[in-house]
Write a new protein. Sequence first.
Length: 413
Amino acid sequence: MTIKAVLSRYWQHVVVVLLAIGVFCFWLFLYPYIPVAREMSVLFMWNTDYLMLAVPGGLAQYLGEGVAQLFVNPVNAAIAYAVLFVIAQLLGKQLLKIVFRKSKIQFVLSLIPPIALWGVAMLPHIPLTLTMAVLLVMGAGCAIMGISSKSTRGIVFCVAIPVMYWLTGPAAILLTLCCIRWIPLTATLFAASLMGSSYLVPYPLEQVVRGIDYDWSGVKEMGTYEEMECDMLIRQKKWNKILRKFPTPVSPAVRSATLLASFQTGRITYQQLMSRIVVPVEQFGSQPSVFCTEDTHFVVYFGSVSSAFIVSDLATQLGWPNITQRAAFEAMEYIPNHNKSARALKQLAEVCIITGQYPLARKYLSILEGTTFYRGWAQKMRPLVDDPTLIEKNPFMKESLEKYANTQDIFFI
């Protein structure tokens, strides 16, 4: 069989494979920092207490955060998005069989859901809750449409509408489109479910209609693309790449990060770094500052999750654990849905070990031991808390403790 014949026969499979490859390459090579930024706003734990079924869309949020925890690694994020968007295409094609009989039309239109979800994924203020909700509703629609009896199918749809609304949120409205004959009834049930839920949950009707965890308050609280990318590069310790990518940074936090990168690569000395980050009041003027004493300012500023983490990592490198602690707390406060952050708790645990706050360190480590990707680190840190003499055997903690012991702490807050 010739290549032309193979493509003619299996062209739909080829397109799906190309879709998966395109999604993977897009997120891994062009925008890896967006999914990585999603992960830093998540603390996902595998227990029933964390399963959020007390609000509409709770299951979608739970599954969305379960996927988002994978984004600690850009490769995981690229694979996850490729799998999710291919699933969206397959479910879309199955649902389109209801309306269109021609396979080509079904296939072409089935590309709309993954492309739409792809566009949504580019918005940092839209969490994975919406994507998971749409996939769950599409999956439920396919399952119900598989029922052969029309009357039974209609009854199941009527039962599924309120159930799916509570599990997935407003995305359940898509289920009403699966059975055209029953649209008046299913639409009424959906509206009743939505209005009724507004009396059961402590959220305004506007947010319930929009989706309780579908749309966070805005891009600014997550950070600009510049801040998100710089934050990812700091975590990866790619100092030269930071200097190449941000020759003229806009964000004050990124400007501070470039100074740290210059120091780490030997372009400036420690004294030069300090002279640019810690300045007298008369030199600082009226620029925004978070940390200051009566006569000294620490020249950083943050107003988002990403920029706060940049400041936290910068302070960690300089041996100022109290600033690290403050910035990590601020990062969690910036998370739009008031979630906690496993990454922030990891930094807070490090600070507590360095500064000798062992009971508090045990608390943070206990939480992290319930996660997937931070459990191993927490278990390694546990002996250091139980026996502080072991800190000498941990290179990072030993170096941090030495910096803390030999650096004047003028920013104790």
